[in-house]
Design a protein around this ligand. Structure first.
Ligand SMILES: C[S@@+](CC[C@H](N)C(=O)[O-])C[C@H]1O[C@@H](n2cnc3c(N)ncnc32)[C@H](O)[C@@H]1O
Length: 278
C-alpha cells in the first residue's frame, strides 16, 4: 500500500516538495487542492512506479515542463515536448512591447521568427485578434508543436517551414518579433541545468552567439512596412552588439529594454523610411 503522503515524503529527499506535488498532480490529473486534502489516498502500483520514475528523471535534471508536458506563457498553458524550447518568462516582454506598438485592435501583420512552441505568435494572435500572424520554424518538432498549440488555443496563426525569411514572401509586416538562439556555441552554461535537455539549434548560434541575430537583422528591414518594428530578444551581454547591428542595417528609433531581472534583454528598431535600401 502506497499512500500519497508517503510517496511525497519519500520524494522530498530527491527533489523539492513543490515539484514533487506538481509531478503527482500531473500524474493523477488532479488539482493541487485535491492533493492537499487526500494525503491518505492509496496509489495503484502502476501510479507509484510512474511517480518514482518521474521523480528520478527530475532528480537527474530533466526540466519539469518536459515531464508534465506544458508550460505557462502569458497566462496560457502551452504544450511543450523534448526537442522544442521551453518558453521563458522573460520572453513575455516581447509580447508587451509588440502590443504597446500595435495596440490590440489594429488589423496588423505580424511575423514571429523561430516560433518554437508558438508561444509568441500564438499569444500575439490572441491578444491582437484582428492581426494576421505568420510564424516560421526550421525544426520539425517545433513546427508540429506550434501548429498544435495554435489549434488548442484557438489562435489563427500561419505556421510555415522557413529558414528565417527564406519562405516569407510578404514585405508588409508591421511587427517582426524574434527570440532566436543567441548563446555562444562553446558557452559552458549549455552544459548546465535545463539547457542540457533543450535542443541545441534553439539555444546556440555561432562562436559569439550572434549568427542568427545577424541573419535576422540583415533581412528584416526589407520585410517591414515604413513605420514597422523589429523586436529581438538577446543574451545578457549582447545589447551593445545588437544595437550596433540595428544601426548598421539602417533601423531608426533603436530601443533597449530590460527584463524583470533588470537585464537588457530586448533590442528594437523601426523602419521609418526607405533610406539605406529596401
Ligand atoms: C530560442 S528558441 C525560441 C522559441 C520560441 N520563439 C520561444 O520564445 O520560446 C529559437 C527557435 O528558433 C528556431 N530556429 C533556429 N534556427 C532557425 C532558422 N534558421 N530559421 C527558423 N527558425 C530557426 C529554433 O528551432 C527554435 O525553435
Amino acid at each position: 500500500m502506497t499512500r500519497i503522503d508517503q510517496v511525497l515524503s519519500q520524494a522530498r529527499s530527491r527533489i523539492v516538495m513543490a515539484e514533487a506535488r506538481r509531478l503527482l498532480c500531473h500524474l493523477l490529473d488532479r488539482p493541487h487542492a485535491w492533493l492537499a486534502a487526500h494525503g491518505d489516498e492509496v496509489l495503484s502500483e502502476a501510479e507509484a512506479l510512474r511517480f518514482v520514475d518521474l521523480v528520478g528523471r527530475r532528480a537527474e535534471g530533466e526540466p519539469i515542463a518536459y515531464l508534465v508536458g506544458c508550460r505557462e506563457f502569458y497566462g496560457r498553458s502551452f504544450s511543450v515536448a523534448p526537442g522544442v524550447l521551453i518558453p521563458r518568462p522573460e520572453t513575455e516582454l516581447l509580447v508587451d512591447l509588440g502590443i504597446a506598438r500595435l495596440g490590440t485592435r489594429r488589423a496588423s501583420a505580424i511575423l514571429d521568427l523561430g516560433t518554437g512552441s508558438g508561444c509568441l505568435g500564438v499569444t500575439l494572435a490572441l491578444e491582437i485578434p484582428a492581426a494576421r500572424v505568420t510564424a516560421t520554424e526550421m525544426s520539425p518538432a517545433a513546427l508540429f508543436l506550434a501548429g498544435r498549440n495554435a489549434r488548442e488555443l484557438k489562435a489563427s496563426v500561419r505556421v510555415i517551414e522557413s529558414d528565417w525569411f527564406s519562405a516569407v514572401a510578404e514585405r508588409n509586416f508591421d511587427l517582426i518579433v524574434a527570440n532566436p538562439p543567441y548563446i555562444a556555441e562553446n558557452d559552458p552554461h549549455l552544459c548546465h541545468g535545463d539547457l542540457r535537455f533543450e535542443p541545441p539549434q534553439a539555444l546556440s548560434s555561432g562562436p559569439d552567439g550572434l549568427d542568427a541575430i545577424r541573419a535576422i537583422i540583415a533581412q528584416a528591414r526589407s520585410h517591414l512596412v515604413p513605420g514597422g518594428w523589429l523586436l529581438v530578444e538577446h543574451g545578457f551581454d549582447q545589447a551593445p552588439a545588437v544595437a550596433a547591428l540595428l544601426q548598421a542595417a539602417h533601423f531608426d528609433d533603436i530601443e533597449q529594454h530590460r527584463d524583470l531581472a533588470g537585464i537588457l534583454r530586448i533590442c528594437g528598431g523601426r523602419r521609418t523610411s526607405s533610406a539605406g535600401g529596401a
